[in-house]
Design a protein. Sequence first.
Length: 450
Amino acid sequence: MKRAESKELVTQGVALQKSGHHQKAATLYKRVLETDPGNVDATHLLGLTFYQNKDFQTAKDLIGRALQAAPNEPHIHHNYAAVLSILGDIYAAEGHLREAIRLKPDYAEAFYNLSAIIKLRTSDPLVDQIEALLQSKAVSDEDRCFLHFAVAKFLDDLKEFDRAFAHYKAGNTAKNVQYDPRVATRFRELMAHVCTADLLQNRNKEAFKTALPIFVVGMPRSGTSLLEQILASHSAVFGAGELGDIKQISDALDAHTDGDVSYPHSLELADADVLRGLAKSYILRLKQMAPDAKGIVNKMPLNFWHVGLISSLFSHAKIIHCRRDPVDTCLSCYFQNFTQGQHFAFDLSQVGAFYVTYEKMMEHWRRVSPIPILEVNYEDLVETPEAVSKEIIAFLGLDWEPQCSAPHLTDRSVHTASRWQVRQPIYRSSRQRWRRYEKHISPLLSALSG
């Protein structure tokens, strides 16, 4: 294969990858590597397809091979660090991110990802580097957003809270996200209207008979990652991370329903066999991940919208609802540069309004759900971790195992924004964090008070 042809195939692969067609992109990269096994771009990008499909060990091997061939390429250092941090090698990841920044001093995303996995104890030149970059008018809005969130996190580490908040506010503004909180309110009202106790009881009787799925739900940044880490520390439980399957099933229901109806009306009208078929497909996917597990955790927080659907799909599913102080939860969302979804998080009033809607949704599910919902308070969990963890394990019908009280020692991939936190011993310093920022957050406090 000629060099021009290899380059064209790589270009096509990148376009496919960006549009979500990872397998098709991987096929093209493999074709390049068959005739040009030393092609750095194809090796690196093939590694990224494995990363996107959550095969992190293969991703590490391929991206590491590309890095050996091109040690001065900052983007490869950056992506290698991403894999290392997911696999728990935080110190090595830090080294590669710092090298990426050394090679590309304006690498905004590398600054941001570095801020997510380290905690500054003393002043660091990183703060001055970022603030100097922010003075440039040439910085794109996307990079400006990364930089503001990065330096805000570093300043928070250093307890310079007023300066930190100014950068958090600027980062959220630079995101320029449009969000209408009335959409969530209307959806919550519709869900409550359709998903009555009678409907869900009848659906649950017809649901697929299984106790395999465990769902951890709640607001983002409410402690769901810590809770999943505790569960996954048990020998009979597998933590699958944030799976989007339930939202995909809710979307698929519309196509299986006669007439022009949409979810949640489609849940009301769908044939029981359709629901069981969709449930079986989900269970098959879970079993492929962990064939021997007695429980498999999906910790997609926003599945709180779909408790009615979950109870209609799986007869004996378990739902664990993670709650945290409302102000701490909302402020933590506001301090997180979500790269996908969560559009409610970039404005203090809007994140507060969304929280109120979420709370009302969960109140409804507590009244009507035919399957049990265990309420876990984050503050109780970090105050008395062993006692609360024992309650959670008992709720799942499993015997207690001591390693569940030391979840930071569990060796597993973690690919959420909390990957640094779950590698640490359980700590209490996040409680009442909002007090440090109280004078800046009156719009949030007003929204939460109704």
